[in-house]
Design a protein around this ligand. Structure first.
Ligand SMILES: Cc1cc2nc3c(=O)[nH]c(=O)nc-3n(C[C@H](O)[C@H](O)[C@H](O)COP(=O)(O)OP(=O)(O)OC[C@H]3O[C@@H](n4cnc5c(N)ncnc54)[C@H](O)[C@@H]3O)c2cc1C
Length: 318
């Protein structure tokens, strides 16, 4: 059994945390092959060896957009006979997964939290219906394409390192895939981690009333990303790309802190896979308290400064 893992990486060749999580999730399922797009692989090889990747299929840099990448992954998957392709559950990962599944005639399961083989069958576990149900999917097709939620698995080194073999792959991308023009607009750097894959996400809700600094200060202290509810994006207090929810970015951090967020079902749909949920809200009956692990009932403009002051004090002691 071979699993192909798409190794997302930064422009400087540093594998994204989600890529190493995918490799960790893939190891118990069989041989792990990575797929690397573009330059920077040489610097990443020691880390991939520690993670136990056996073969890395290197694709040229010019297949980076979803339509081309789906075709390129299809070529690698067919050549290797892999029965599973794992990608990160980001909007781009899911777009590639959909295209690849069509080309491979494969089953596709998105937003997975666990992937395992039980008596030879591939089983995928995921949260559904705004986190109120856990659903287990058994894949019955010969090939499966699965996107795994960032942070669902903790990246860990393999018991024994590998010596990854690098295979350069040339692919001819179809005219159809080339008929798409993708324009990338670099986001203004905030110095904060990427919202979709961040370990910690602090979300501002309507309760902040346009005053973002307490939320940003808390996020920065925790090394986290800042998210917004739709109301906050509608008001223009934060950019639309930072909206978390059913019609925004889906996040799965280890720690989610909702500040002045009511916890509406459309918001919950995008953060239902978060590990620990903390809510700060002045209304004790706010729906977010029904699914929060820790709740602080109080005015955020009192609670957040106290919280950040205490975090700073603890940091100084450490
Ligand atoms: C089709 C559809 C799709 C949607 N998609 C999304 C989506 O992707 N993401 C999303 O977020 N929403 C989405 N929504 C909107 C969603 O239903 C809610 O309206 C929205 O999430 C509410 O945002 P909020 O929690 O900021 O505001 P509110 O619901 O107004 O809650 C504000 C909270 O702040 C608290 N508060 C006020 N002042 C303070 C204070 N000083 N200190 C502490 N707490 C305070 C209040 O008690 C209240 O609970 C969608 C809606 C629809 C219909």
């Amino acid at each position: 059994m071979t699993t192909l893992v798409l190794l997302d990486h930064d422009d400087d060749g540093t594998p994204r945390p989600a890529a190493l999580e995918l490799v960790t999730a893939a190891r118990p399922l069989g041989e792990v092959h990575g797929v690397w797009v573009g330059d920077g692989l040489d610097a990443a090889l020691p880390g991939l060896a520690d993670a136990g990747v056996l073969i890395v299929h290197r694709l040229p840099a010019d297949v980076w957009w979803p339509a081309a990448l789906a075709e390129a992954l299809h070529a690698v998957r067919s050549a290797t006979g892999a029965d599973l392709v794992l990608l990160a559950s980001t909007s781009e990962g899911k777009e590639v997964a959909a295209g690849l599944a069509v080309l491979d005639g494969a089953a596709v399961v998105t937003d997975a939290e666990r992937v395992e083989r039980v008596e030879g069958a591939l089983r995928v576990t995921k949260s559904v219906l705004a986190g109120t149900w856990v659903s287990t999917v058994e894949v019955t097709s010969p090939v499966a394409v699965v996107t795994l939620e960032p942070n669902a698995v903790r990246a860990e080194p393999a018991a024994a390192p590998s010596s990854p073999q690098v295979v350069d792959v040339q692919v001819a991308v179809s005219e159809l895939a080339r008929s798409v023009t993708v324009v990338r607009t670099p986001r203004q750097a905030t110095g904060r981690p990427d919202l979709a894959t961040a370990d910690v996400v602090v979300v501002a809700g309507r309760g902040v009333d346009g005053h973002l600094s307490p939320v940003e200060e808390l996020a920065d202290l925790l090394g986290g990303a800042v998210g917004a509810t739709r109301v906050v994006a509608d008001e223009g207090w934060l950019p639309r790309e930072q909206q978390v929810g059913q019609t925004g970015v889906a996040v799965a951090p280890r720690l989610y802190i909702g500040v002045g967020v009511s916890g509406a079902v459309h918001h919950r749909g995008g953060m239902q896979s978060a590990g620990t949920v903390v809510a700060v809200n002045s209304d004790p009956d706010a729906p977010i308290f029904e699914f929060a692990d820790y709740g602080i009932v109080g005015d955020l403009f009192d609670v957040l400064p106290a919280l950040t002051a205490e975090l700073r004090r603890l940091r100084e002691l450490a």
